[in-house]
Design a protein around this ligand. Structure first.
Ligand code: TRP
Length: 326
């Protein structure tokens, strides 16, 4: 069975954008592959080294988000990067063979340096971000890495590092992983802008069902449809993006028709959506409550995931040391 691996930096609670952009994809993958999903807390340090107080708690919250939507510890190995020290050792070894120029020309590096001007990112660790990521991926010999388009250069660098390692040490130890890009539905926030914590427009996985309902009911719709009798355009309506995810084709056609011909209003349309989302949201909430009330169970899952990941990582590191001759 081929191996899939992906990681997320623990930077705060996840929302429905993450759910449909990332987690639904992981749910499919865990049915088919050996999956490793981990909290990249060392990667969080590369930009948050001055503000580390939330990392531990954010990691737990992130795991509860994953578990609540159905990431299943019986199927997937869930673990914490910093608990598997072998990642750091492989990172160190890769740092010896990675040309600086590969890192300096990395587009995400250049972009973030520009964008995050309020942080001093002129550090060794930040430049080496993709080297650590390569260690994360290659230590499990992953074949596929499901990531967003912004992360593709990092997977490409991982391939180059694997190739260079194999070339220098005349080995076939590391496979070259491929990014898995899936077409994910775009969801917008309640104000029609990109869903984001910083815009204060997100619907969170940790929102109570009543809160989700309230956010949907007050969500912006086609801004040109002012009165119920105005015809609307679903293509201009952020709510309709949710119908694209939750409502079947036949019913959606009918929704399009009644919007365009002003046969029904936005509140009715929202209620129909909530009806479709209801079971999912309630089940998320139930699972979340379970883990929040049984933190021991969560810790057990993490311990077990760490154990399995560590076993694999240790084996790879033995091979690496043997190959290099140290
Ligand atoms: N850099 C990734 C992100 O910001 C997180 C990450 C760290 C990762 N290590 C990884 C993703 C390994 C995939 C594989 O989203």
């Amino acid at each position: 069975m081929k191996t899939v691996l992906s990681g997320m930096r623990p930077t705060g609670k996840l929302h429905f954008g993450h759910l449909h952009g990332v987690l639904k994809n992981w749910l499919r993958l865990q049915e088919e592959y050996k999956c490793f999903f981990f909290a990249a807390d060392w990667h969080a340090l590369t930009s948050e080294y001055e503000n580390t107080s939330n990392i531990k708690n954010d990691t737990k919250e992130m795991f509860i988000d994953w578990l609540s939507v159905g990431i299943d510890p019986k199927k997937s190995i869930i673990f914490i990067q910093s608990d598997i020290k072998e990642h750091a050792e492989l990172h160190l070894i890769f740092s010896m063979i990675t040309p600086l120029s590969w890192l300096e020309r990395n587009p995400t590096y250049k972009e973030q340096l520009q964008e995050l001007k309020n942080k001093d990112l002129s550090t060794y660790g930040f430049l080496g971000y993709p080297v650590l990521q390569a260690a994360d991926i290659l230590i499990y010999k992953a074949s596929y890495v499901p990531v967003g388009i912004d992360q593709v250069p990092h997977v490409e660098l991982t391939r180059e590092i694997a190739r260079r390692f194999n070339f220098i040490f005349k080995t076939k130890l590391f496979p070259e992983p491929e990014p898995l890009l899936t077409d994910t539905p775009k969801l917008l926030g309640v104000d029609g802008r990109k869903m984001s914590k910083s815009y204060n427009n997100a619907i969170y996985l940790s929102d109570k069902p009543e809160v989700v309902e309230k956010k949907i009911l007050t969500m912006m719709t086609d801004p040109h449809r002012i009165k119920k009798t105005d015809p609307g355009d679903p293509d201009l309506c952020p709510l309709f993006l949710f119908h694209k995810v939750y409502t079947d084709d036949e019913e959606r056609e009918e929704i399009i028709k009644s919007c365009k011909e002003a046969l029904s209003g936005c509140i009715e349309c929202k209620r129909r959506l909530l009806e479709k989302m209801k079971n999912e949201i309630n089940s998320y909430w139930e699972k979340r409550k379970f883990y929040e009330e049984n933190i021991d169970k969560l810790n057990e899952i993490i311990d077990e995931g760490n154990e399995k990941a560590r076993e694999f990582a240790q084996k790879t590191m033995e091979e690496v040391r043997e190959t290099i001759g140290i």
